[in-house]
Ligand binder design. Structure first.
Ligand code: GLU
Length: 549
């Protein structure tokens, strides 16, 4: 039996050969320095922050090199796949505005000429390349059962040998074609393993774009390439897909660094051009002085859905991702705040070799800054969108009270130093709730110096009946409060008060705090004159009556 016949026997239903695919996916018509990059998440749980990070990095690389950015879904581990996982990946990328040139648009539709972009739809392709490798004696069927492999591993452990299917342990390497055919006819399940030509005693040196020079022993392990369900392992899918999609730069987690000798070996065996690699460290978190990876279990922020739920402004998250990617981004951003952040070109040499720290404080500051620069209408519209999904009642309220909401969000906004009261859309309600009649049903008031109820009522009554005028500007408004102080025995001038506090019942700050707390319950609010104007006289009076009880 020739190897060809043998391959036909084992893989009878492969429709096309590798030449067909090599022609179907021709070299891309791009400039020499254009990068073809991809993000390749697996739909095996919630969408991890790392996916968004890698997405942003690769989108930026492609954009700045006039290249191509691909989304490829790696769903070959069907045991771990979660319901709706693919859609969640797509939604997360869309939500954070990380658009890709090629890839799935949903589970069934995709864009681009180098697909399918969901690996489980590429079975025929993997089959064709396995068949080719079988014909050329680069792979072999292996029937080792889980129990046998387990026994082998235990033996290797006890003898302190390297773990894996190699050398004398790679017994199925020596099966003859007839023996294989016999087993297949007996319906014994099998996988295809690489027939590794490597020698562990040889060294290979490789230049990683982030890690620099790395040295490894050659791979000599006969890794599984195609599983018994006909789906590839990561190793095989990586080599075939990135070859056929013509990926030029592989940015991936550094947990794959140690597999590099295997991957390079396969590229070379198949006569494929080896891409460039950038292995990036996971984003870390510091806790009790120790660094660790952000983890699904411990850190809610590992899940990108949390960012949506808590209402992080998308632009701020993107700015933050850029600061994580390149240490020199922040400086650029300070000088180019009004530019599109993707005008900054990410480079590999400015990436953190040992793992950037997740800095929530920094992210929140970016968010505060960003929100402070939007117009009130922009904040309003984003807030409505967020609330529609996560706080329906509040959404209804602010849609009903559109004018009040926008006016409120506009307080102290258009100034050189705009207020930075909130970082997240989910924080806004707690900041402005008191502006809405429907929500104003307070139990606690943050009274400060003046707490005597008769005195509070006296201040409020005299003020409203004698001094308050809704048309006053800031200066007039404050002058009136001062006149009120003079009338009631409070110092209208802080200097006078500081010189002789015993001459007064208190000062102008104490008095304005009474008005502030009475109308909002809070001792710290934005401009009180603006708040009062928005509330209107009837509502102000209603609130004063509430305190009278
Ligand atoms: N699915 C792999 C992962 O999530 C992709 C690694 C790669 O980018 O090649 O780790």
């Amino acid at each position: 039996m020739t190897r060809k016949e043998y391959a036909n026997f084992l893989l009878p239903n492969i429709e096309h050969d590798v030449d067909y695919y090599e022609k179907k996916y021709p070299k891309r018509d791009l400039d020499n320095d254009s990068m073809v990059v991809r993000v390749a998440p697996s739909p095996t749980g919630f969408v991890h922050f790392g996916t968004i990070f890698q997405g942003k990095v690769n989108q930026n690389l492609a954009k700045n090199s006039k290249g191509v950015f691909i989304l490829r879904v790696e769903d070959t581990d069907q045991k771990r796949e979660v319901e709706n996982g693919i859609n969640e990946i797509i939604e997360a990328l869309n939500y954070f505005d990380i658009s890709y040139d090629e890839g799935p648009i949903n589970k069934d539709l995709e864009k681009g000429n180098y697909g399918p972009y969901i690996q489980s739809k590429r079975k025929d392709i993997y089959g064709a390349y396995i068949k080719y490798m079988l014909e050329n004696d680069m792979v072999y069927p292996s029937f080792a059962t889980a129990t046998e492999l387990d026994a082998q591993r235990k033996e290797q452990e006890s003898k302190k040998e390297r773990i894996g299917y190699y050398g004398k342990y790679a017994v199925d390497r020596n099966l003859t074609m007839d023996e294989v055919i016999e087993k297949v006819k007996n319906k014994e399940p099998y996988v295809f393993r690489l027939k590794s030509p490597g020698n562990f005693n040889n060294k290979i040196v490789f230049h990683d774009l982030v890690k620099g020079e790395v040295e490894f022993p050659e791979n000599d392990i006969d890794y599984v390439l195609l599983k018994s369900d006909g789906l590839p392992t990561y190793h095989f899918a990586h080599v075939i897909d990135d070859h056929l999609m013509h990926t030029t730069h592989i940015t991936r987690g550094d947990e794959w660094l140690s597999s590099l000798p295997l991957h390079i070996q396969m590229f070379q065996m198949l006569g494929f051009e080896v891409p460039q690699y950038a292995h990036i460290a996971p984003i870390m978190k510091e806790e009790n002085g120790k660094r660790r990876k952000i983890s699904k279990r411990k850190d809610p922020e590992a899940n990108v859905f949390e960012f949506k739920k808590r209402g992080f402004p998308i632009v701020a998250v993107k700015q933050y991702l850029m600061t994580v990617a390149n240490s020199n981004f922040e400086e650029w951003f300070e000088q180019n705040e009004d530019k599109d952040i993707d005008e900054f070109a990410i480079t590999f040499d400015k990436m953190n070799v040992s793992g950037a720290l997740f800095d929530m404080e920094k992210l929140l500051n970016l968010a505060k800054n960003y929100l402070s620069k939007l117009t009130a209408l922009e904040v309003y519209e984003n807030l409505v969108n967020w609330a529609k999904e996560f706080d329906k009642d509040f959404a209804d309220l602010i849609i009903r009270e559109k004018e009040i909401t926008i006016k409120t969000l506009d307080i102290e906004r258009n100034s050189i130093k705009p207020r930075k009261d909130f970082a997240l859309y989910s924080e806004i309600k707690n900041n402005i709730w008191y502006m809405f009649k429907d929500l104003f049903n307070p139990e606690n008031y943050e009274w400060q110096k003046i707490t005597d109820k008769d005195e509070i009522m006296n201040i409020l009554d005299v003020y409203i009946n004698k001094y308050y005028d809704i048309n006053d500007d800031n200066d007039e408004w404050f002058n009136k409060v001062k006149l009120l102080c003079d009338e009631l025995g409070y110092a209208s001038n802080m200097k006078d008060y500081k010189k002789n506090p015993e001459n007064y019942k208190g000062n102008v700050a104490d008095v304005s705090t009474v008005i502030r707390v009475a109308l909002t319950t809070s001792s710290r609010t934005p401009n009180l004159k603006d708040i009062m104007q928005i509330l209107g006289l009837d509502e102000i009076k209603r609130r004063i009556e509430k305190i009278r009880g």
